[in-house]
Design a binder for this molecule. Structure first.
Ligand SMILES: [Zn+2]
Length: 313
């Protein structure tokens, strides 16, 4: 299922994207990436689960162009998406791609990596990314093959980072630096943020979900704490893992914070009342139902994750 603009509007969801500088087509695809700030490009994936029809194009990869080199940030959910992103880089610049940075382990962000394998790039990730990926490799590959079908899955490979970020690290693209920061457990235990110092743009990966329901695969408490911390000195512009190509911090974070707080508050109350996990998944966070795309697909799983974490407080 793909969700178009009309569906979003029908669901009452605001599309509060900030204006783009230009739109770059790739082949017959009009507007494959948009330039959200000088030298910062983002491809907007669809709000959907993996399917043969969407070919794994269900998250927001992007790239930053420096005077000497390019850094790609996430690669989409299949080599097809990775190759389209590479074509977008070539359409914009003749500088070589030197880094491929993954914001976290989920297949919709890393399964396009194989498209860059032969380009002599350095794969970059959180120091816990490799462990997370390898522990789930078999399951991720099997599920993706089944959901995408053989054609779109073709060539998919797990390519863990060779440059592992612990704390913060800076990479230089020539006259332009990216600050990479390994975050504490939030969406997953291997979330990495990428800050383009030149424009104040932060690629947040799935630490920000917009329109698309968030998915909790790390710690709901950790995620709420992280959002609160970022909110104290909000980035100028953020790129979410799902949603419009770029937004202000408030537009991107406010609904997400409301969702996580609602789920945590409801789950804590139900635990206090002695309810079971099964009972909790029926009611916790149900007030959020109309606010998110793919709610039915992921909400109950989020409640289960929150319950497991919060019942031992
Ligand atoms: Zn994710």
């Amino acid at each position: 299922m793909s969700i178009n603009r009309r569906t979003c509007l029908a669901a009452g969801l605001a599309l509060a994207a900030i204006p783009v500088l230009r739109v770059i087509p790739v082949g017959a695809t009009g507007g494959y990436v948009v330039e959200v700030a000088p030298g910062v490009f983002v491809h907007r994936g669809r709000h959907a689960v993996f399917s043969p029809e969407n070919e794994g194009d269900i998250s927001n990869p992007g790239f930053v162009v420096g005077a000497d080199a390019v850094a790609v940030i996430d690669t989409g959910g299949s080599p097809i998406v990775g190759r389209a992103l590479k074509a977008a880089v070539t359409a914009v610049t003749d500088k070589p791609i030197r880094y491929v940075i993954n914001t976290h382990m989920h297949p919709d962000h890393v399964f396009g990596n194989a498209a860059f394998e032969d380009d002599g790039v350095t794969f970059v990730g959180h120091h816990k990314l490799e462990r997370g990926l390898l522990a789930r490799a078999e399951r991720y590959l099997a599920i993706n093959k089944e959901l995408l079908g053989a054609a779109a899955f073709e060539g998919t490979k797990i390519l863990p980072p060779t440059m592992k970020v612990d704390g913060s690290q800076t990479i230089d693209l020539g006259g332009r630096t990216l600050e990479l920061t390994a975050q504490p457990t939030a969406h997953t235990d291997n979330d990495l943020t990428v800050t383009d110092s030149a424009t104040g743009t932060v690629f947040m990966g799935d630490l920000l979900f917009v329109e698309h329901i968030p998915t909790i695969d790390g710690s709901i408490k950790g995620w709420m704490a992280l959002l609160e911390r970022f909110g104290k000195t909000p980035p100028q512009r953020v790129v979410p893992g799902h949603g419009p190509a770029a937004l202000t911090w408030a537009d991107a974070a406010t609904p997400l914070q409301r969702y996580l707080t609602t789920v945590a508050t409801d789950v804590r109350l139900l635990i206090k009342q002695g309810k079971t996990l099964a009972e909790a998944t029926e009611s916790a966070g149900s007030s959020e139902k109309g606010a998110w795309i793919l709610f039915e697909e992921y909400h109950k799983r989020n409640v289960s994750a929150a319950f497991a974490e919060l019942e031992w407080e």
